[in-house]
Design a binder for this molecule. Structure first.
Ligand SMILES: [Zn+2]
Length: 428
């Protein structure tokens, strides 16, 4: 059995402690620990968190292996400090059957960089017309509990109601990409002052907010659980806050890029900033930060959306939507939430590990850093400063909005069930 002694890390940013890993498990947490057979990692000045969990990753396999595969995506995840990712269903073929979700789940296990939990499609082919085999996907080896047509909105209220009713039987959740399709036809960016000046088609806030309002009411009506993907406007925050105060079982996520970037960047016409939902205004960004800090928004999820350069290095209107995010998420959260004083590291552990694991039912993740728990851990150096260099990404794609931008923090080690997947910032 391999033993590792992490010496002198601040656990969740608090007390300096030593952590002994024995095999797949945390064997001891305390001060002055020693073990003759253990490999020692000097972690002075570093923060130890439970391994991060991403409820919203696009791994692109099967079908778009030119942009990402389960292998490259999970390597990128490990580099970013993640030990578990939930893979979105909009692949080719769509993950709408037990066969496809089992394939993705198995690839994750074989590669061993990160646990991969497939998300099943809500409707056949993401077409919004007919419920997919939700029960068969749940009963499969992949044990799917999260269902989403992400990339598209489940806009038919009757289909959404049926999905909520169906998943209720086994404690599942429907994760909604809230985008009223008629209100966003031809949309290229956030609808507002900048879109008016640039003459680009606008994606209005109300297209998101109206679907969230409808879905929290549907969830209340059927007594089921709904999760809102990549919430992006101040108005959406207000609706989720209201729904929670009313006792509705709703959770919500925000992406790192919506915590930092605004629609002013679209003035550059650089398609790296083209994303769905679009970058919003400064007022929205500030509302999202506050809501994440006060718990109205439950979690950070990356919406890691890799695209090959030919789909992004083109004119704005023709470019694909999305940006990669796994390898920069923790740095963006440190910059926007921790270094700004809005959250501490225990809050980061809560929003990026504990709560996403709970929402998705990833039982071995988001656990306390204590003896007897699975050794899924992330060690980071918060003092590091340096420019983002996409050439060094483990992801197959490079569509990051942060190229050359200085962001704080660096993941030095990631442990998946006691095995180091990242050592000194490099893949092991
Ligand atoms: Zn989406």
């Amino acid at each position: 059995m391999s033993k590792i002694l992490i010496r002198g890390a601040k656990v969740l940013g608090g007390e300096v402690q030593d952590v002994l890993i024995d095999g797949e498990t945390v064997a001891a947490v305390g001060t002055g620990l020693s073990d003759e057979g253990a490999r020692v990692i000097d972690a002075a000045g570093q923060i130890l968190l439970p391994g991060l969990v991403d409820l919203h990753t696009h791994l692109r396999e099967p079908g778009r292996e030119d942009s990402e595969t389960v292998l490259t995506g999970t390597r990128a995840a490990a580099r970013g400090g993640y030990t578990s990712v939930f893979a979105m269903a909009n692949t080719f073929p769509v993950a709408d059957t037990a066969g496809v979700v089992e394939q993705v789940w198995r690839l994750g296990r074989e590669h061993g960089y990160c646990d991969v939990q497939p998300i099943g499609a809500v409707t056949v082919g993401l077409e919004g017309k007919q419920l997919a085999e939700l029960g068969a996907m749940h009963d499969s080896a992949a044990g799917v509990t999260v269902f989403s047509d992400d990339g598209k909105c489940v806009d038919d209220a009757v289909i959404m109601r049926r999905a909520l009713e169906y998943v209720k039987a086994f404690g599942g959740v429907v994760a909604q990409h809230a985008q009223e399709p008629r209100l966003t036809e031809g949309a290229q960016m956030n609808e507002g002052i900048v879109s008016a000046e640039l003459g680009l088609g606008g994606w209005p806030a109300v297209a998101e907010e109206s679907i969230i309002a409808r879905d929290v009411l549907l969830a209340e009506h059927v007594g089921s659980r709904v999760h809102i993907c990549h919430l992006s406007t101040a108005g959406s925050v207000e609706i989720v806050r209201w729904a929670k105060s009313r006792g509705i079982d709703v959770t919500a996520e925000v992406t790192p890029h919506h915590l930092l970037l605004t629609d002013e960047l679209v003035r550059s016409y650089n398609p790296v900033y083209k994303v769905n939902p679009p970058l919003r205004t400064e007022a929205d960004v500030m509302a999202l930060r506050e809501a994440l800090a006060d718990g109205t928004i439950d979690i950070v999820a990356t919406d890691h959306a890799p695209h090959p350069h030919e789909d992004k290095d083109c004119e704005w209107a023709a470019a694909a939507m999305g940006m990669v995010g796994l390898e920069t998420a923790l740095s963006v959260v440190q910059h926007t939430m921790v270094d700004s004083g809005l959250m501490n590291w225990a809050d980061v552990a809560d929003r990026m590990s504990v709560k996403p694991a709970r929402i998705g039912g990833a039982e071995d993740h988001g656990r306390p850093v204590s003896a007897g728990e699975p050794a899924n851990l992330t060690l980071l150096d918060p003092a590091y400063r340096g420019p983002v260099n996409p050439a060094g990404f483990a992801s197959r794609s490079r569509n990051t909005p942060y190229e050359g931008r200085e962001l704080p923090g660096r993941v030095t080690h990631t442990f998946l069930r006691g095995r180091a997947t990242v050592v000194d910032g490099k893949l092991a």
